[in-house]
Design a protein around this ligand. Sequence first.
Ligand SMILES: Cc1cc2nc3c(=O)[nH]c(=O)nc-3n(C[C@H](O)[C@H](O)[C@H](O)COP(=O)(O)OP(=O)(O)OC[C@H]3O[C@@H](n4cnc5c(N)ncnc54)[C@H](O)[C@@H]3O)c2cc1C
Length: 440
Amino acid sequence: MTMINRREFTFLVGGLGLAGLSPALFRSAAIAQGSAKVVIVGGGAGGATVARIVKAQAPQLDVTIVETQPIYTTCFNSNHYFGGFRTFASLQHTYEGLRKLGIKVVTDTAFDVDAVKKIVALAGGTTLAYDRLVLSPGIAFKWEAIEGYSPRAAEVMPHAWKAGEQTLLLMRQLEAMDDGGVVVMAVPDNPYRCPPGPYERACMIAHFLKTRKPKSKLVVLDAKRTFSKQGAFEEAFAKYYDGIIDLNLTNEIDDFRVVGVDPATMEVVTASGTRHKAAVANIIPPQKAGDIAHVAGCADGDWCPIDPASFASTEVADVYVLGDSAIANQMPKSAFSANSQGKAVAADILANLAGAERYPARYRNTCWSLLAADDSIKIGASYKPENKDGQAFLEASGGFVSQRSESAQVRKQNYEESLAWYHAIILDAFNDDTAMVHKG
Ligand SMILES: Cc1cc2nc3c(=O)[nH]c(=O)nc-3n(C[C@H](O)[C@H](O)[C@H](O)COP(=O)(O)OP(=O)(O)OC[C@H]3O[C@@H](n4cnc5c(N)ncnc54)[C@H](O)[C@@H]3O)c2cc1C
């Protein structure tokens, strides 16, 4: 097991969002507001982080998470499961750590927000009043973008882009497939959750095929021309999975965007009109902000505009939107980003309730992708709020990305770092120290 010290922990979870807030301010937030109510919809990477920090820093505040699932299954590192590098159980985390801090965790679905009365309505029939509302509901799928695709069709052709049952279903299908079968993966255009995720998944599925079903192939149908960490990924496809991964990027001649599926015949249709017959079809559809963000009036089009200094909604007062649902410019939709944004949201809520100023937030992101055993690549940058011509945005700096031909030692170190980060974010967001830093 890899142990991480306090400095590494802070580095790995990008602990910059709280800069400029003193413990005295946290105390005054609680004292000034007594039991002010903070309601958080979505207990994932973003929402759990906000809840954990607000409650830890100002215990008198009344903090409630509304979360549909009783157990959170991380999408992050879920690709490792397909490659046999992690168990499914190791991706699952309860809310007990947060409950221990005094956070109320309500297992229910928020279906409406009255921003005037400041009330959230739950599917179970109850309502929750709030002083500050945080929405971190992740993504919703644009089912209509692919003809024939629907929640029902996803039971035959899984997306596995929200982890849980879908992840298990895709794995079961891979296990059951005959050797020699063709797996077809549909990849959407930007923006979507986890830009390098589909290519890490391609590696992990190809690793499964290479080791378990060597006559099989993976056909990737991609709506894009270029993608995250492309050089290093393409090198890995050739080095480890030559003859297994057939990558089809959209180009001047062929539009490989998937526009239709037929679950009855297991066919996948591209914009150029090609029909691909699949033994297993992994359809990752185009995405938008989680439904509740739209219902709350926070979206402008598919995603939610925010003030980059705090992730406060620009559309609805006293509401924050973070994580995948937010428009964060170049900051990718990742768990690392959502966790980093969560710190800024927590700091802003605390300062706001105390009527205090705080320094602008700083954000960070790193995304690791596993290519094969002990071979991981990464991409990342820091971000800060900027303003140009009256337009607020997040500016990236200090970017880095893995290159081709790096040493095995560097790649192994990346892998160790990714495991340590997983442990760190689960502890930071869920107050859960059980995410062991090992492969199982
Ligand atoms: C295959 C894959 C691999 C990935 N790998 C990485 C990686 O290596 N590193 C990384 O940083 N990121 C990775 N990601 C991305 C990461 O999972 C997301 O960006 C991150 O989880 C976003 O956090 P969030 O809080 O916005 O949403 P989520 O973590 O999805 O949390 C949203 C929560 O809200 C709940 N919810 C939604 N609507 C409601 C409602 N109305 N009422 C109650 N609850 C609701 C959902 O049940 C969910 O639990 C990966 C994603 C995928 C799909």
